[in-house]
Design a protein around this ligand. Structure first.
Ligand SMILES: *Cc1c(COP(=O)(O)O)cnc(C)c1O
Length: 388
């Protein structure tokens, strides 16, 4: 007899559970922040990407309110129909000016930015080469395009070079070749060797897209990101990022040349066929970008840096450039056991498992914020050491 539709799901879910891979949603009682409550239990939170603590900053909250008062709750239509409002234009102008690019285009999410941009940039005569640890959204964007996709081992420059040699032959001297990578990798907190990648890109006449999701706001002068930190912004043809992590709101952006942005407006499906983001979100994000670029932003970055250094010292590991410290445990159940122990000690540190990371590379992912106190970090370090 045929299994019912629901039986299929139930069996598949119980297989996930047996493999320690079942995931469930658990709501917080109130807003996220470094201190949260779940079912009445107070927890110290090390799982959020709100690196600067801006998601609940009164200045950003007020900007959101002001955005609603000025522009209303919804955008009404796609940007190309009648959804472009002054808030969207202000956000794009402010990002382009900060990033020193001719233009910028904002999307509802970082995910939609990656899928829309790559699908629009890559055609069937293009070869696109991605780092193996690229975010799902970049992988989906490349896969949804008719381009030929190749993957190089994480930060493996020799393999990247081999693929560029191969790709250049395949597309011919005038053909289009793209390299896609991230500046800070979301589950490892390490950075890409951008200088070397830029040298390769120039040698092979490739174009380069760098996703700065976990770097924008917290790394580089004025929080402009890893490319800016290395003085390589002008070498990155497509500078991508999100407004949902350090910027504390939501949305994604791509900063690039005017013709590239005009092309995206005409071809990026996630931009064209989706209602414009709520104008208040764009207004709040713009306020956040201004704050990030200001001396208040410098102060927050400084606090975050000190927090990262303090925890790295306490855990006896090198301090990452980013605010992400992975504690690699290997097996999926070891990661769950450890995360559960920490939870019982009042610390929210997520166990990250397949398919977010490779099988057997399960880990705790500690994300730090400028809003954590020294005492918060001491507590975390003590609890991690105690459960070793
Ligand atoms: C989080 C993330 C995204 C998606 O951004 P959202 O704004 O959350 O949709 C894209 N790329 C990378 C590298 C990310 O970490």
């Amino acid at each position: 007899m045929e299994r019912s539709g629901e039986q299929y799901f139930e069996e598949a879910l119980s297989a996930l559970e047996q493999d320690h891979l079942l995931r469930k949603l658990t709501a917080l009682d109130g807003p996220q922040g470094v201190r949260v409550e779940r079912s009445g239990v107070p927890l110290l939170n090390f799982s959020s990407n709100d690196y600067l603590g801006l998601a609940n900053d009164p200045r950003i909250r007020n900007a959101f309110h002001e955005g609603i008062d000025r522009f209303g709750a919804g955008s009404g239509a796609s940007r190309l129909i009648c959804g472009t409002l002054p808030a969207h234009e202000a956000l794009e102008a402010c990002l382009a000016s900060l990033k020193k690019t001719e233009a910028c285009l904002c999307f509802s999410t970082g995910f939609g930015t990656a899928t829309g941009v790559l699908q629009a940039l890559l055609d069937k005569n293009t070869v696109v080469i991605l780092d193996k640890l690229c975010h799902a959204s970049l992988v989906d964007g490349a896969r949804n395009s008719p381009a030929t996709l190749r993957v190089f081992g994480h930060n493996d420059l020799t393999k990247l070079e081999d693929l560029l040699v191969w790709g250049r032959k395949k597309v011919g001297p005038a053909g289009r070749l793209y390299i896609v990578t991230e500046s800070v990798f979301s589950m490892d907190g390490d950075t890409c060797p951008l200088q070397e990648i830029v040298a390769l890109k120039n040698r092979f006449g490739a174009r380069l897209l760098v996703d700065e999701a976990h770097a924008f706001g917290l790394i580089g002068p004025s929080g402009r990101g890893w490319a800016a930190e290395l003085g390589l912004e002008s070498e990155v043809d497509f500078q991508m990022g999100t407004l949902s992590k350090a910027a504390g709101v939501s949305g994604g952006y791509l900063c690039a040349s005017r013709p590239a942005i005009d092309w995206l407006i005409n071809r990026a499906r996630s931009f064209i066929y989706s209602t414009a983001p709520p104008p208040a979100a764009a207004w709040a994000a713009r306020t956040s970008v201004d704050l990030i670029a200001s001396s208040d932003g410098d102060r927050l970055r400084n606090t975050l840096r000190n927090n990262v250094r303090q925890l790295a010292r306490a855990l006896d590991c090198p301090a990452p450039v980013s605010a992400i410290l992975p504690v690699i445990l290997g097996s999926e159940d070891a990661a769950i056991v450890k995360a559960t122990q920490l939870l019982e000690a009042g610390l929210l540190v997520p166990a990250i498992r397949y398919p977010t990371v490779a099988r057997g590379k399960a880990r705790l992912r500690i994300a730090l914020s400028a809003a954590h106190s020294r005492n918060d970090l001491d507590q975390l370090a003590a609890a991690i050491k105690a459960s070793n």
